[in-house]
Structure formats: C-alpha cells, structure tokens
Design a protein around this ligand. Structure first.
Ligand SMILES: Cc1ncc(COP(=O)(O)O)c(C=O)c1O
Length: 378
C-alpha cells in the first residue's frame, strides 16, 4: 500500500454531506460575493486566531500584496524576506513594485531569526518591512524579530494555521498576517482563498478597501486596489472546516510524534521541537545529504516524497534583478539541496509512519549517512 504525501480526502469524508448541503444552501441563497458567510467566517477566524480583525481575500499571494500595501510599502522599498519559502512570498513584494531582500535562515528552524534578519539589514539598512514565514508550519520568531528591529513585520502564516508560539496562535504573531486556503493547506477551501489578519483597526480598514478596488464605500475610489475577495461558497466551506482544524492539527502532531518515536532522527535530519512551540506540520520536512537518491527510493517503495524547495528564491530566474552580485546564503543553499518532504496528514497511521521510517533506514544503507555537521541535522 502506498503512502500519499497529503491525504485531504479521508479527513473530509465524514463532512461531505454537510458540506454539500451548505454549498447548495449558498447557491439557493443567491449571494456569492461579500455576503453573510464571508462575514461570519471572518468573525470566527479572528476569534480562533485571537486577533481583532480577519478579512477574506482571493488567495494567500494577494493577501501578502494587500498587507504590504496596507502598511504603506511603496515601489522601490526594500522588504526583507527569507530565501527559503514558497515563491509567492517574494513575488508579492515584487508585484507591488517593492524590492525583495533575501535573508538566510536558521539551520534548525529553517525560518528567519533575529541574527539572519540583522545580517540582511546590514546589507540593506533602508529596509522598510520584514516578512517572516512560518515555514512548513513551524512558527518563525516574529515577536522577537519585532522587538529587535523597529520595522513593521508581516507574518506569512500560509502554512501554519493551527500552530502557536508561547501560547499565541500563528496569524497573531506580528503586525499583520496572511493565510492561504489553497486546497492542500491545513485549512483548505474547495478553490482559492486567503485572509489578512491584524489587531490594528486602521490597517484592517485599509485592507478592506484594498480588496475592493481601493474603495471604502463603493462610490469613491481612494486607492488603486485589487479585486480580491473570498467568495461566499469558499467561506461557507471554510466555516465548517475551521471547526475541525484543532482536531486535524492534533492528528498532524501525532503523526510527527509517530515518526520521531520510530527513530526517524537516526536516518535524516529533523527540526528540533522547542518548548513553547506547537507546529502545524503542514509539511514534514527532513534533510539528507543525498536527498534526491532518498526521494527516489521512497517513491520506488510507493511513498510519495518531494523536494520543497529545491531552488531557493535568490536562485529563481525572475528574482535575478533583486540579487546583489556575490550574495551568499549558505544555510538556505544547504537546506534547499538536502530537503525532503515526507507524507503527513491528520490521518497518517502508525503503520504508514513505520513504512516510511523502514524505507529511510534501508535507504540510508545505500547512500551517505547524514553528517553530524549537517547544519540541518540534529
Ligand atoms: C509560504 C506561502 N506563502 C504564500 C503562499 C501563497 O498562497 P496562495 O497559493 O493561496 O496564493 C503559499 C502557498 O501557496 C505559501 O506556502
């Protein structure tokens, strides 16, 4: 029996009837854009995360662009982003005409740290904002970064809904935060969707205007904005799924514990669990010096495993104009070369975890062992 990288179907199975009935109700109601389902979802999401305001938008990429614009980031402004993340993090910066400044990441958390931001700021002292990414579902230290530097911080929590850091949920860790509800995310819609969250009522009002063509009253257009709204059908679906999120997050944490209990750390580098951090485990990412060979062996055994993200952002062709000559981001490069995403889901069984660990044990006989000095190890 194979093991899929994600299993979105099994957790949804018991909800299918309720979801279908709800979608039918929305269709029959005839309200499709910015109606009662979106309002109710925004209230429930803000309550769940513990922030004052949540606003539904079209997707997680628009959420980032809108958050940047709401903070007043303008064309040409440098914005610090990690070089190890999904492309959209930096793309949103460039799409509003601002300039991504690529920072290295911490070898154990794979996220920005105070030190890696400080190094990027040394290169680019005029930076106007910092985007932290809660990569793979592990919250970045946004509060520490916020305390250390007097710059606005945007938390790209696309991969981390359901995670928390010292009791504060992902989405509430910075000045403004963004979520993606892309179907494979931990809270996935049946299409595209996203949200912007903040405690600041003025920022929230600007986000609200920006998602509707830069207008607060649909008569006067004060800003050049976006047409980027979460739709009623997606919001109705997300309201049902949000109630399951904590249970699903627990399931993901059980799956990660199952890997650990089966000694996965003997064969591959794993991110250490730190006290006070509850990861959402959107992806369960390990490292191995011969990552591609190990992925091949896993795939041959019917286990889906993939490289996330093999080409870091400072090496993506479209980002070349933003990369200064001789830029060295050694930890990002090392992680990008050695990273392997293994199957994870709320319903990954102990038998499946054992199957993965057995193949890793076998694979490690055929390829070089992870080195003790591997920065992604331990
Ligand atoms: C870290 C990160 N940021 C931003 C996005 C963009 O979200 P979306 O695909 O909803 O535009 C994603 C996911 O795709 C992501 O993983």
């Amino acid at each position: 029996m194979g093991v899929p990288l994600f299993d979105t179907d099994t957790p949804l199975a018991p909800l299918r009837e309720e979801l279908t009935a709800k979608v039918t109700e929305v269709i029959n109601g005839g309200r499709f854009i910015l109606g009662p389902e979106v309002s109710a979802f925004e209230t429930e999401l803000a309550e769940y995360v513990g922030v004052g305001h949540a606003l539904g938008v079209g997707n997680g990429t628009d959420a980032l662009a809108i958050a940047l614009r709401a903070l007043g980031i303008e064309a040409g402004d440098p914005v610090i982003v990690p070089a190890l993340t999904f492309y959209a993090t930096a793309e949103a910066v460039a799409a509003i005409g601002a300039r991504p400044v690529f920072a290295d990441v911490d070898p154990s958390t794979r996220n920005l740290s105070v030190d890696t931001v400080a190094a990027a700021l040394k290169r680019e002292p005029q930076a106007k904002a910092i985007i932290t990414v809660d990569l793979f579902g592990l919250p970045a230290p946004s509060p520490a970064i916020k305390r250390e530097f007097s710059l606005p911080v945007i938390e790209d929590a696309a991969q981390a809904i359901g995670a928390s850091l010292d009791g504060v949920k992902a989405g509430a860790l910075a000045d403004i935060a963004t979520f993606s509800f892309y179907p494979s995310k931990n809270l996935g819609a049946f299409g595209d969707g996203g949200a912007v969250l903040t405690d600041d009522p003025e920022l929230a009002a600007t986000v609200k205007a920006l998602r509707f063509h830069g207008s607060r009253d649909k008569q006067s257009f004060e800003l050049v904005g976006y047409n980027s709204r979460l739709d009623e059908i997606q919001a109705a679906v997300l309201r049902i799924l949000l109630r399951q999120l904590d249970g699903w997050a627990e399931g993901r944490r059980r799956a990660a514990a199952s890997y650990r209990d089966r000694g996965i750390g003997r064969y591959v580098g794993i991110a250490p669990e730190r006290e006070g951090t509850l990861p959402a485990w959107h992806l369960y990412v390990v490292t191995h010096p011969q990552a591609d060979a190990v992925i091949q062996q896993l795939n041959d055994a019917g286990i889906q495993a993939r490289a996330y993200y093999r080409t870091p952002l400072h090496r993506q062709p479209a980002m070349a104009p933003y990369v200064p000559p001789g830029l060295e981001l050694p930890i990002t490069d090392e992680l990008a070369r050695t990273i392997i995403a293994l199957p994870i889901s709320p319903v990954l069984s102990t038998a499946q975890a054992q199957q993965v660990v057995d193949v890793l044990a076998e694979a490690s006989l055929g390829v070089a062992e992870p080195k003790a000095s591997n920065p992604a190890g331990s």
